[in-house]
Design a protein around this ligand. Structure first.
Ligand code: NDP
Length: 247
């Protein structure tokens, strides 16, 4: 039997990039998987269709992580449709960047809503459905710990909130056998950060120890470890998976 046989997972922002790789990996490991998207309906449905073709159940849910209610409804709907919820992966994210002087109140509120509020509300709702063995994995960023250049103050601030979130959840939920961990990718080849974007990508490669981008599948592998039986003793931990950029 597969490590996640009989489990049900929800991955936010699963229509492309890291979230899609995580959704596919959790399904390959045996889980039924729901994934959210905000606008890429066709692509979310494609990921769900691919998962169904492997014999698992799958669900594509339109849920805006910037909303105060959608993230909670997505959790309840997943639990309702699959009859349980074991794994929540908070992955949906955006990359606000630019001169400090241009950062607006609306942009601050939206970024914090998507990265922090949605993760907290989602975890709160998910914890109500989870039993012993439940797993919460949040996708942060290596930029939460080192900021190598200008223009990303808001992004870095929003992602650094997730280490406190993760440690708090570990304490809140540990007595129930539910773990919470944070995975902080470095430069990873997705539409948010294409490895073939020229000078911008070259600069990121130069900062890494390995001299290359990571892959969505590489991030999905550590999420799968934390979500699976081998991850049962790991909680409140932060894993930076960045090719040595912060080394
Ligand atoms: P992509 O831009 O490739 O994909 C983003 C995903 O998040 C999409 O599925 C998108 O849905 C979804 N999403 C965006 N905004 C919302 C929203 N308001 N509500 C619901 N879903 C939303 O990004 P990545 O795969 O690169 O990034 C995934 C996570 O990894 C993010 O949290 C990001 O900050 C983090 N990360 C990425 C790094 C990188 O180098 N790529 C480095 C470090 C961290 P839709 O398709 O509908 O727009």
């Amino acid at each position: 039997t597969l490590p996640l046989s009989g489990k049900a997972a929800l991955v936010t922002g699963g229509s492309r990039g890291i979230g899609a790789a995580v959704a596919r990996r959790l399904a390959a490991d045996g889980a039924d998987v729901a994934l959210t998207y905000v606008s890429a309906e066709g692509r979310a449905k494609e990921v769900a269709e691919d998962i169904r073709a492997t014999g698992r159940r799958a669900l594509a849910i339109q849920a805006d992580s910037a909303s105060a209610t959608d993230p909670v409804e997505a959790v309840h709907r997943t639990a309702r449709e699959f009859g349980r919820l074991d794994i929540l992966v908070n992955n949906a994210g955006i990359f606000p960047n630019g001169p400090l002087a241009d950062v607006t109140v609306a942009e601050i509120d939206r970024t914090l809503a998507i990265h922090v509020r949605a993760a907290l509300l989602g975890a709160q709702a998910a914890a109500g459905h989870m039993t012993d063995g439940g797993r919460i994995v949040t996708i942060g960023s290596n930029l939460a710990e080192r900021v190598p250049g200008p223009g990303i103050t808001l992004y870095a601030a929003s992602k650094s909130a997730l280490s406190g979130l993760t440690r708090g959840l570990a304490r809140d939920l540990g007595a129930r056998g539910i773990t919470a961990n944070l995975v902080q990718p470095g430069s990873t080849d997705t539409e948010m950060n294409p490895a073939d974007s020229g000078a911008r990508a070259d600069a990121q490669r130069a900062l890494s120890a390995l001299g290359r981008y990571g892959t969505p599948e590489g991030i999905a592998a550590i999420v799968a470890h934390l979500a699976g039986p081998d991850g049962s003793g790991t909680t409140g931990s932060v894993f930076t998976v960045d090719g040595g950029t912060n080394a």
